[in-house]
Structure formats: structure tokens, C-alpha cells
Design a binder for this molecule. Structure first.
Ligand code: NAP
Length: 645
């Protein structure tokens, strides 16, 4: 059978191929040529000069790029004329050479296993579970809570393992955050050819950073493709989950939109509810007296036409940052209330569409999509963590936490000041006063500052005192009359699994156990909560780069291994030991304390809880986390034998 990543055979004409080449990522093109020919000269003859990759062009001279296209064209034409035969597998040493060449550095050994899985040049989906023995699997019904990116993944993997399962989803469609957040301008800020399941690449992305409808369609299509529909209860919310030690089962209570309650019994529960799902509305005096429409960014009221209205946008993190440019043109007046200025990463491609030629290459050129994924993953994964980790010897800790963090600050500052020019008043408002990457860095192609410089847009940094029926009043007493208020004030990120009630062994309440310090062993399991698994749990949020989908895949493989052990050995339950969970939490906390996110100058950040502590984000490099969750270490678990009935 043809390797699924070898590309579909094609009959494209020479001139059409030549036209497509004009749009391709040159490094990726050359890597594909190595596959087609087996000849390493395509990388050895073209040295990249970059220390940091541009995934489209590579840092090559224009002459080299033209030469690369000229040399690739006859190779691709010949490949077509030979009927597009499947390329022979490449020797491991050459693949490693290709990685080093693409990364413009020697890829450390610690990453090789992770990258081999992500590249999956064999086309075998190495993270998929083996099917379980049917009679064993039948004894282990699983409930998955949520059908966003991690819930869809859980469904696909449980189906592959042939476990019986039910997915319970409060919305009426798949996608979670990508179902709900349909505000104007909503788009992902992790490049899409990486922000998708490793085993379900989408060659047809319309944008490099897809807009919300495309993401929503991606997850919806996969529900259909993998036959998950029959397992899902839409429009149903989980309110409670209670463990029964005697039967070794969870009783999950659900509530439909009409208020009707029912229960589902399962041997295991997987929560897949995300951490950016429950809107946070600030407790502003007088908010309920506002006479006009007011809504949260994640619950956009599409019945309100903003044309010609005076709009207050309260909050400008990732959501507000996208909303303001998308609505500024149509409103009469937009006032953006921003409590803390944000650092932004210059990304000229942020709104770019994917050229037809690129989509052609993704579809047809052998392993083009796999290497393009690699080119996105490598600079986007752990380079950010290097800039976030504190170097205690760096002298000016108020300015930056390390040399590389200082370089990031200089680069980001240059990006802002170059755009603001002589407008010192605006510069004072938009230049952050804390180290770079201390909060989640936003992606920007210049639209944010060009929006703020519009005549009908005003950036207000004064704290809000109160809301009146027709205005927002700031601490200086100024009243800004508005017709509509949009709250882009984020999510109840630190309140993991809120508002569900989860009761484990001996009546232990999960939220009482956690208080405001949620923790889970490897971010996945919690002591006293048998057969209970979290996807994207505490300590697993990515603040430094990478993709949550990547993390979910690793976590789900780990959960698959736990479920297989339960089923194969007919176990009653497994849960982590208290010591294992405490030790992981301690190590995670110690590592977080050594990051810029914990910097004392950052007064407000959605990572920080009311006490200023951080418990939700992962301080680990991707290879560190990959290695920690690659397979369960059963010595860290409490395993109870025998299924009671
Ligand atoms: P956010 O980053 O938490 O931003 C919330 C904004 O509201 C901040 O400006 C915050 O100010 C402000 N705010 C909160 N409480 C306030 C209060 N009481 N008074 C005044 N201002 C207040 O939330 P978000 O923008 O919805 O984004 C959350 C996360 O969702 C992102 O970081 C990202 O992970 C994800 N997201 C991703 C995308 C994407 O992929 N492009 C898009 C949207 C969201 P402070 O900064 O001072 O706290």
C-alpha cells in the first residue's frame, strides 16, 4: 500500500509545476527532492545560512532559491513521467542529516524520538493504540467530557482501541473553543500545518493561521470521518462525576439544555474540557446597569450590528487583539480598555492565504507536508522556552531574565517603536513594562498598531472605575459614552474543571483537594481519583510555544496505555500515588518559579491565580514532557486488582 504521505500521483503540466514552485517553501521543496531522488545533494548543495528559520523561504539568497527551483523542476517532471512511484525509504542517517539541515543546527538526540513520531515518514501513526481484545474492551466503557480538540482526539483513539465510549459535549457541534469563539477576526495563532493532528494533516488549509470557521470545520469533518457521531451526546453538560469504589465505576450526571438530567455509568472518565472554555467576566461596579448590549468575546451576540455604534472593548489579550482590527472599520468609535500592554511577535504571514501552488505541493510532493510540519515545529516549539527560563546570573532582572530574553525584548520593542514613530503618547501606552514573553506573546502583522492609530479608535490604559447605564467611567473620572460593551476578558483558566463537581475515593471532592492549587501527576492523573484522566490538565498549558494538539496526542497515548492495562489485566482501578503526584507538582512548581511568567513585575496574567501563583502551565521543554509521558511508570501508581461487580 502506498505510504499516505508519499503524495497523490499527478499529471500536472510542466508550466503548472513551475508556477507552483514559485510559492513553495524552498527548504521543504529540497527535502522533498531528496525523497524523490534519494540524492542528498539537494541539501548538501544548498546550505541554509539562518540561525532561525523562515518556514517559507529559508534564509537563502535569491540566486540560491532560483537555482533550487530550477534544479527541482526536472526532478519533479521526471517523477511525474515515471508515474509518481513511491519513493524508497531513506537511511536513518540521511533523515537525521535532513533534520539538522532543516533546523539549521544539530538537532539534539533527546528530540529524535519525538521528531520521528511527528514526521512519521513511514505513515503508520505511531501514537495510535493497538485494538484491545474485544471481550476485555467491552468491560471498560469510557466517558469523555468535551468534544473540542482533545475530546475529538480521545474519541478517535478510543475507537481505534475498540473501547466502548460516550462523548458528552455541552455545545451542539465539535471544536470546543473553535466552536464557541466565532467573534470577528478569530483565528489561531499557532501555524496550522502544525496545529492539526499529526495523523490528520489538512492539505487544504486556506490560511497559514486559519480563521475560526475553517478550524471548526476541521474538527467537525473528523468527527464524521472517524464515525464518532454515534458516540456523542450533543447539547449536554456534565455537572457531576462520582466514583463508586465498590463497583469500580463512575456515575456521570448530565444536564440537557431543557434542564433534564440523566446519568451515564462508566469504568473510566477522561476530561477534555480545555482550560480556556469558561468565560471570565470582570466584577465591575455597575456592569449590570448598562443599558445597551454587552457580551463576552466567546459568546458573541451576532444579532447586534456594530455598524456606526460606539463600542467599548474591555480587555485586549489574544481575543481583543483580534477583535479590534476586525471591527474598527465599521464602528463609529472604538475604545479599547487595556489594563496591561502586551508583547507581540512580528509575524508578517499572520493573515496570509495559502497559495494554490502550496496546496498542490502538500497534496502531491512526497513528504512535503511532513517536512513543512517539521519546519514549523522546530522554531515554534522550545525556542520560546529558552527565552522564558531565568538565568540567575543575568544582571538586569528587571529588564530581562536572560540574554536571549533581552534579545527578544529588543526585537519586540523595535517592532513596536518602528510602527509608532514619533507618537510618544501612544508609545507610552503600548510598550509593555515587563520582560518579554512574560505573558502569552501575541502574533502580529502590524494590524494592531495600525488599528490603534485610526481616528475612530482610542486606547485607554486608565483603570475602569465603574460602568454606568450609558458609559464606561475610568479612575480619572472621565466618562466614555458607548452603545455596546464587548468583554474580551478571557477565561477562568486557573479554575480547572470548574464548574463540574468531581467526587473521588472516600467522597474526596476534587476542588476541595485542589483549592486554588490544581495539580495532577504529569498533568493527567490525580490521587484518590481512580480511573480518572485529564487531557490538558493542570501543568499542561503551553505558554512558550508548541501546540496543544501535540500535547494532547502525547497525553492520550499515555491514557490509552492506562486503559489497556485496566482492560487487559481486568483491574479494578489505577490512580497515581500521592507521592508521585506531589513530587511532580513540586518539580513543576520549582521549574515555573524559574520562568519569566512568574516575574514579580507581572501583576496580571491569566496564568496567575489570586495568590499570584502559577499552577496551570507547563514549564517543560517538549522533549522533556514527551519523555515523561511516553509510557506509564507503574511503580508510581496505586493499582487495585480485580473488577468488582
Ligand atoms: P486573556 O489573554 O486572558 O486577556 C484578557 C484581557 O482582559 C486582558 O487584556 C486582561 O488584562 C483583561 N482583563 C481581565 N480582567 C480584567 C479586569 N477585571 N479589568 C480590566 N481588564 C481585565 O484572554 P483572551 O484574550 O480571551 O485569550 C486567552 C487565551 O485564549 C490566549 O492566550 C490563547 O491561549 C487563547 N486564544 C487564542 C487565540 C488564538 O489562537 N489566536 C485567540 C483567542 C484566545 P490583563 O492583561 O491586565 O490581565
Amino acid at each position: 500500500m502506498r505510504n499516505r504521505y508519499a503524495g497523490e500521483p499527478f499529471t500536472t503540466t510542466d508550466s503548472e509545476i513551475a508556477a507552483a514552485l514559485e510559492h513553495l517553501s524552498i527548504p521543504t521543496l529540497l527535502l522533498s527532492c531528496v525523497h524523490i531522488t534519494g540524492d542528498p545533494r539537494f541539501i548538501r548543495d544548498f546550505r541554509q545560512n539562518g540561525i532561525f528559520l523562515n518556514e517559507i523561504e529559508g534564509f537563502m539568497s535569491e540566486d540560491d532559491k532560483a537555482r533550487a527551483r530550477a534544479e527541482a523542476l526536472p526532478v519533479i517532471v521526471d517523477y511525474r513521467d515515471r508515474g509518481c512511484p513511491q519513493p524508497a525509504p531513506l537511511p536513518a542517517g540521511l533523515v537525521k542529516e535532513m533534520m539538522d539541515w532543516a533546523a539549521c543546527e544539530i538537532v539534539p538526540d533527546a528530540y529524535l524520538g519525538l521528531l520521528a513520531e511527528e514526521l512519521d515518514l513511514e505513515g503508520r501513526d505511531p501514537r495510535s493504540p493497538a485494538p484491545l481484545e474485544p471481550s476485555r474492551a467491552a468491560e471498560l466503557p469510557v466517558v469523555v467530557i468535551g468534544c473540542g480538540e482533545s475530546g475529538v482526539l480521545a474519541g478517535i483513539r478510543l475507537a481505534q482501541a475498540r473501547l466502548p465510549f460516550t462523548i458528552i459535549e455541552k455545545n451542539v457541534g465539535a471544536g470546543g473553543t473553535w466552536w464557541e469563539n466565532d467573534y470577528p477576526g478569530a483565528r489561531v495563532d499557532v501555524a496550522n500545518h502544525f496545529y492539526c493532528y499529526s495523523f490528520e494533516p489538512n492539505n487544504g488549509w486556506g490560511h497559514y493561521f486559519a480563521e475560526q470557521p475553517e478550524l471548526r470545520a476541521y474538527f467537525g469533518d473528523l468527527v464524521a470521518k472517524h464515525g464518532l457521531e454515534e458516540h456523542i451526546r450533543w447539547g449536554t453538560e456534565v455537572t457531576d462525576a462520582v466514583w463508586d469504589e465498590e463497583t469500580g465505576t463512575w456515575t456521570v450526571t448530565t444536564r440537557c439544555a431543557d434542564g433534564a438530567e440523566s446519568t451515564v455509568t462508566a469504568r473510566a472518565v477522561i476530561t477534555a474540557v480545555g482550560q480556556l472554555n469558561r468565560p471570565h467576566l470582570p466584577d465591575l461596579e455597575g456592569a449590570d446597569t448598562f443599558a445597551g448590549p454587552a457580551f463576552h468575546s466567546a459568546a458573541w451576540d451576532h444579532s447586534i450590528d456594530l455598524t456606526g455604534k460606539r463600542v467599548a472593548l474591555i480587555g485586549a489579550g489574544a481575543s481583543g487583539f483580534q477583535i479590534a482590527p476586525a471591527i474598527a472599520e465599521k464602528v463609529a468609535q472604538l475604545t479599547v480598555f487595556q489594563r496591561t500592554a502586551q508583547w507581540m511577535f512580528p509575524n508578517p504571514m499572520y493573515h496570509d492565504v495559502v497559495a494554490d501552488g502550496v496546496r498542490w505541493a502538500l497534496e502531491h510532493l512526497p513528504f512535503y507536508g511532513r517536512w513543512y510540519r517539521f519546519l514549523l515545529l522546530w522554531p515554534g516549539a522550545d525556542k520560546g522556552l529558552e527565552a522564558a527560563r531565568v538565568d540567575p546570573d543575568y544582571p538586569d532582572q528587571d529588564y530581562a531574565v536572560s540574554e536571549i530574553n533581552a534579545l527578544a525584548r529588543q526585537m519586540f520593542t523595535g517592532w513596536i517603536t518602528d510602527q509608532v514613530g514619533d507618537d510618544q503618547e501612544l508609545l507610552a501606552k503600548v510598550l509593555p513594562d515587563y520582560p518579554a514573553t512574560g505573558k502569552r506573546t501575541l502574533q502580529d502583522n502590524g494590524t494592531w498598531l495600525s488599528t490603534l492609530r485610526r481616528d475612530n479608535v482610542d486606547l485607554c490604559r486608565d483603570p475602569i472605575r465603574r460602568i454606568t447605564p450609558h458609559a464606561v467611567q475610568t479612575e480619572d473620572g472621565a466618562l466614555r459614552e458607548v452603545d455596546v460593551i464587548i468583554y474580551a476578558t478571557g477565561f477562568r483558566h486557573t479554575e480547572v474543571l470548574w464548574p463540574m463537581r468531581v467526587t473521588g475515593r472516600a467522597g474526596t471532592d476534587l476542588h476541595a483537594l485542589w483549592g486554588n492549587r490544581p495539580y495532577a501527576y504529569l498533568g493527567i492523573t490525580v490521587p484518590s481519583f481512580p480511573n480518572f484522566f485529564l487531557l490538558y490538565g493542570p501543568g499542561a498549558h503551553l505558554a512558550h510555544g508548541g501546540s496543544l494538539i501535540f500535547n494532547s496526542e502525547l497525553e492520550m497515548r499515555y491514557i490509552d496505555a492506562c486503559l489497556a492495562k485496566l482492560a487487559d489485566e481486568g483491574l479494578h482501578s489505577i490512580e497515581p500515588s500521592t507521592q508521585a503526584a506531589a513530587e511532580w507538582h513540586r518539580a513543576t512548581q520549582a521549574a515555573i518559579a524559574q520562568t519569566v511568567w512568574a516575574h514579580p513585575s507581572i501583576k496580571h496574567s491569566y496564568f496567575k491565580n489570586a495568590d499570584g501563583e502559577i499552577h496551570t502551565v507547563s514549564p517543560w521543554r517538549l522533549d522533556e514532557y514527551w519523555s515523561a509521558v511516553r509510557e506509564p511508570d507503574w511503580s508510581q501508581f496505586v493499582i487495585t486488582q480485580g473488577v468488582s461487580s
